[in-house]
Design a protein around this ligand. Structure first.
Ligand code: HEC
Length: 137
């Protein structure tokens, strides 16, 4: 995970967009309901989301793994989104959020997760992100 994160940070820092990530966007069928509890475990664990978006989505509570990683994340431009602050988020619906997670945002630290997460794990994350937006702070 750490290697993937560092590679993503370097790509983001250099402003290099991963090769035409958007070109292979599929038409997303109606998404099945995910499981928020499983989504939370993925968010704080294997998905690596917490390193940038904070433990339990609290942007100020990032786990510290190494100084290099902490510094790399601090330098990201744009900064990771505050996923509890619904009013400040760009994605308008579940399909956009699904695509953000699966394919990332080229040229930013939000790298594609299609190699580390299955589609059903992404729908679990979507269910958890809905909880974060409803809980706010
Ligand atoms: C290396 C840092 C990093 C990691 C790890 C990361 N993100 Fe992000 N994420 C970002 C950044 C930076 C943005 C803002 C990109 C932008 O503004 O275009 C973002 C944006 C997002 C958005 C879109 C927010 C909006 O404005 O609508 C979602 C949803 C999201 N991330 C979810 C996740 C999930 C779920 C994971 C774990 C599977 C994850 N991110 C892992 C850095 C990261």
């Amino acid at each position: 995970m750490r290697t993937v994160l560092m590679a993503a940070l370097l790509l983001g820092a250099a402003g290099i967009a991963p090769a035409s990530a958007r070109a292979e966007e599929p038409v997303v069928p109606p998404l099945p309901a995910g499981d928020a509890a499983r989504g939370k475990a993925i968010f704080n664990g294997r998905g690596g989301c917490a390193y940038c978006h904070g433990t339990d989505g609290y942007i100020g509570r990032r786990p510290h793994e190494s100084d290099a990683l902490t510094q790399g994340i601090a330098k990201l431009n744009p900064q990771p989104a505050d996923l509890r602050n619904a009013a400040a988020l760009k994605a308008q619906d579940e399909t956009q959020r699904f695509l953000s997670i699966k394919f990332g945002h080229p040229g930013t630290g939000m790298f594609a997760k299609k190699h580390i997460l299955m589609d059903h794990e992404i729908t679990d994350l979507l269910a958890y992100l809905a909880v974060l937006r409803s809980e706010r702070q």
